[in-house]
Design a protein around this ligand. Structure first.
Ligand code: UD1
Ligand code: CA
Length: 497
């Protein structure tokens, strides 16, 4: 665990505990429950993300197998908001396409990225005529917790504020807007570039996350100017504007500054990725999973692993993968979007993608299960075996060196070493159907489409081009001929010459 305290404080300190009020022993949140209907979330995600140096819009860069924006939208959804609006601009088409499934999400476009204040203004058409509280989130701040947002809302409502800013006290404030206070109260926010040396020494930073009362918001945004080093419309300037208008502005300070870390560069992406990974690994261990070396265990955010499963170093579990209980996943394995049953042993350097493995199976080492493979209970897939769109029945075995593509293999059938399904004729793919209790001798080539009926036998080294009936033996190779005395005759002939 790094010294960030990102995980170590989880569960120790609940931000909402600060928001507890005396009235009837109910928390602010409970008391403010009706207000929750009036929450409008706006997510800023139009920026170019210049410092990422990427073709991909910043919010689509991934952490733990999910795009950054997915973390922000999940947190927003937990507030049960009346609306969620996303301001898109740079790479808008890609961002909208990536989020097409989120039907409740509204998009507004910021054609030119003129600053965060200008970005929020784009939400005006969606929010005009509505009332309530705007929660402004940044698409590049993925770790903010729901509890912190609830505390923000509680503080904002309690103070009846026009604006409430989430701040954090950090050792290294470089790059962030600084919170300038007078007589203890926030008076303005100054960006790094525009800050005086004294202001740069301030350790309290702007998270870029705010609650705003909707009513005065858009008229005030109109009055933000561009008199700063970047010539941009800075949303944080709203604070000074409100103070001049004698409106209430307040702050809520997050206990764990790592929650509000913004991602602006690949280095920050990697740092936050490490935090998310450590948190995931600790959750797995707390749920009864053994990680031999958490530092080299790479499990995506949505992966599920059952208790008593042992994960060896350098294992990658990705996407929507689900692993059952009491499995062994050995080093070098990479399992992507796949479902694995209980007591499965995945041996070293096995790759499984978009496939299903039922309970009690042994796979690998060096096996490759390509998309659409289904391995039945207690089946064995050995070294250098490749499956593609292939179903192996219960207890079926392919223990060594085989390519089984577009095949159905029945229960308890045994596929010998070197067997190949010739599934491709240069134009189309064809299926191989192998019944149950079939014995396929080593080095057989099964030329699809072909069916080997239940209980049939294939002699080793056969090229099988025709269907094999139930219980039959197929021999598809030249008959062996032994020439008696041939070696001696050859030797004599050589000696004469
Ligand atoms: C911003 C804040 C800074 C704060 C920091 C916290 C401003 C001017 N500064 O700085 O005080 O400490 O966040 O992380 O707000 N965006 C748009 N349109 C634009 C510009 C930005 O949608 O025209 C979006 C970006 O995509 C991003 C968010 O707004 O999601 C923040 O923008 P970014 O440029 O990263 O601001 P910072 O420099 O980090
Ligand atoms: Ca940022």
């Amino acid at each position: 665990m790094s010294g960030t305290g990102f995980r170590s404080e989880v569960g120790v300190r609940h931000p909402l505990s600060e928001a507890r009020c005396a009235k009837g022993g109910r928390t602010n949140i409970e008391r403010l429950a009706p207000l929750v209907n009036d929450i409008h979330v706006v997510v800023l995600a139009a920026g170019k993300g210049t410092r990422m140096k990427s073709q991909l819009p910043k919010v689509l860069h991934q952490i733990g197998g999910l795009p950054l924006i997915e973390y922000v939208l999940r947190t927003a959804a937990a507030l049960m908001p009346a609306s969620v609006t996303m301001v898109v601009g740079h790479g808008a088409d890609d961002v909208q396409a990536a989020l097409a499934k989120r039907t409740h999400l509204q998009f507004v476009t910021q054609e030119q990225q003129l600053g965060t204040g200008h970005a929020l203004l784009q939400a005006r058409p969606v929010l005009s005529g509505r009332s309530g509280t705007v929660i402004l989130l940044s698409g590049d701040v993925p770790l903010l917790s729901v509890d912190s947002l609830k505390a923000l809302i509680a503080t904002h409502a309690e103070a009846e504020a026009a604006a409430t800013v989430i701040t954090a006290n950090v050792a290294r404030p470089f790059g962030y807007g600084r919170i300038v206070r007078s007589n203890g109260r926030i008076s303005k926010i100054v960006e790094e570039r525009d800050a005086s040396p004294t202001q740069r020494a301030i350790n309290e930073i702007n998270s870029g996350i705010y609650a705003f009362d909707l009513e005065p918001l858009f008229p005030a945004l109109d009055s933000i100017g561009t008199a700063n080093k970047q010539g941009e419309y800075y949303l944080p300037d709203l604070i000074a504007i409100y103070r001049k208008q004698k409106r209430t502005v307040t702050t809520w300070t997050v206990g764990r500054p790592d929650e509000i870390r913004g991602i602006n560069s690949r280095t920050e992406l990697a740092e936050v990725t490490t935090m998310v990974r450590q948190q995931k690994n600790e959750e797995l261990m707390a749920a009864g999973v053994t990680l031999i070396d958490p530092a080299t265990t790479y499990v995506d955010a949505d992966v599920v692993v059952g208790p008593d499963t042992v994960i060896y170093p350098c294992v990658f579990l990705e996407g929507s993968t689900k692993i059952g209980a009491a499995c062994e996943i050995h080093s070098g394995a990479r399992i992507v979007n796949s479902t694995i049953g209980d007591r499965v042993c995945v041996r070293n350097h096995t790759v499984v993608t978009d496939s299903t493995i039922e309970s009690g199976v042994f796979v690998g080492p060096f096996a490759h299960l390509r998309p659409g493979s289904q391995v039945g209970e207690d089946a064995h897939i050995g070294n250098f075996v490749e499956l593609k769109k292939t179903t192996m029945g219960k207890g079926a075995k392919a223990n060594h060196l085989a390519y089984l593509g577009d095949a159905t293999i029945g229960a308890k059938s045994n596929v010998g070493a070197g067997t190949i399904t010739c599934n491709y004729d240069g134009e189309k793919k064809h299926r191989t159907v192998i019944g149950k209790d079939v014995f396929v001798g080593s080095n057989s080539t099964l030329v699809a489409p072909v069916t080997l009926a239940d209980g049939s036998y294939i002699a080793a080294g056969s090229a099988v081009t025709a269907d094999v009936p139930e219980g039959a033996l197929a021999i598809g190779r030249a008959r062996q001929e032994n020439k008696d005395g041939w070696v001696a005759r050859r030797r004599e002939a050589k000696a004469k010459n």
